[in-house]
Design a protein around this ligand. Sequence first.
Ligand SMILES: Cc1cc2nc3c(=O)[nH]c(=O)nc-3n(C[C@H](O)[C@H](O)[C@H](O)COP(=O)(O)OP(=O)(O)OC[C@H]3O[C@@H](n4cnc5c(N)ncnc54)[C@H](O)[C@@H]3O)c2cc1C
Length: 457
Amino acid sequence: MKVAIIGGGISGVSVAFKLSKLKDKGVEITLFESSSRLGGTIETVHKDGYDIEAGTNGFLNSKPFTLEIFTEAGLADKLVRSEDSARKRFIQRDNKLVRLPETGLAFLKSPLISMKGKLRLAVEFFVKKGSSADESLADFIKRRLGVEALDYLISPMVSGIFAGNPEKMSINSSFPVIKNLEQEYGGLIKSLLSLKRRKKGNKKAGPGGPGGILLSYQGGMGEAVKDLAKVCVANGVDIKLSSSVDEISKKDDKFTVKVGKEKHQFDKVIVTSPAYCSSVFLEKLDKELSETLLSIPYSPIFVSGLGYDNSDMDDSLNGFGYLIPSKEGRDILGALFTSSMFPAQAPKGKKFLRVLTGGDTKKELMNKTDDELLAVSINSIKDILGVHKDPSFTYTFRYDKAIPQYYVGHGEKVAKIESACSNIGGLYIGGNVLYGIGVNDCTKQSTLIAEKIASEL
Ligand SMILES: Cc1cc2nc3c(=O)[nH]c(=O)nc-3n(C[C@H](O)[C@H](O)[C@H](O)COP(=O)(O)OP(=O)(O)OC[C@H]3O[C@@H](n4cnc5c(N)ncnc54)[C@H](O)[C@@H]3O)c2cc1C
């Protein structure tokens, strides 16, 4: 059986790895990647002693998928555990950094939410269960937990994960676990109490919380994808770089994948490219599928890597980083304290952080030039982090379309896409387009697709 994989990001490379284990059963894999490198939004640039992540910081070990793939590939030894201090996360409130509380007692004492806001949170216990219909994340949170929880707990978290807008995002598609807790237990507090009773002694963070340890890789996440790809090649996967798929068609149970003037025949096709790219090459195969993919919006992100001499900054880079609620009216989404999480990613004597700008709520900022956005990033952190000088090192990345946004109604798009794929037969949409944008979500989809194909052999 010949299988084509479109896209060489973590999704494409991980499904290639999983399928490469079926070589003895006659599965032949070709991976097409349009750019000259693998990794997609995962890229690590090595410069002046810094490992600068363009996108992904790492992944949590609380979900098994990515960890399992790197372990099976014999690469687990190269995974790097973040420092314990990375558990410390901060939210900016009233121009100060407030630590995100990790325990109930710390939450009660925390100035992050006012007493009125805390009382409103407690009222959640009595809020009636809503319908199972989709609604915006903002409406769900306001209904259950109140406006302050939306502004200072949920909205910054959403900026940090999706660079998204809670007023538009679908609760059902973006945070299905939270919605399911309401549906299953009647409320979030009720679900916590019930789960606590069942899992006495489990020290993990609560449902929806960032449980687990953040992992990266020696030399950064870009190296992780490269090394996984090397294992794929050793297992017989044919990886074709600088090979942009232009068109896919199907006749008599065989797909034809067109790359420039070349045409290749396959039995199955796995698509892991961004929705707006896939929409183009799937148009001939299924116009409605192509239009549905195109209708999935993306948020833009600008990333500034900033290196400082230790003495140029107060000793405040201790933790994971901080996120800024849009209510605080800042131009940046937040900053990640890279050298605190992963000290090996910065030279000795330097502090390194990555500042994120843009997102779905601040798209207009992307009209600025790279230099202007860099200046915005540098100026935005000065007062809050006690920075005395300009950075001695800078590096920037711009993504005009960084992260797919699951707006209200995303579930209907997913159903249409799945139904189109099942009608076509042998076509799979993986990646971060349908079911989750985290690295673990991507590797979960890759694992499930590989398992489905294996079950059909
Ligand atoms: C700034 C940023 C920070 C992030 N931080 C985190 C984080 O800390 N933790 C986390 O879990 N997740 C994070 N994410 C999300 C996560 O990185 C992505 O969801 C994930 O890497 C997507 O991988 P993918 O392989 O599905 O898609 P992509 O990485 O987008 O790869 C798709 C590939 O398809 C290729 N392609 C496109 N068109 C074609 C074509 N016609 N033919 C062939 N190839 C094509 C592209 O060149 C690309 O290489 C972050 C994302 C961004 C943007």
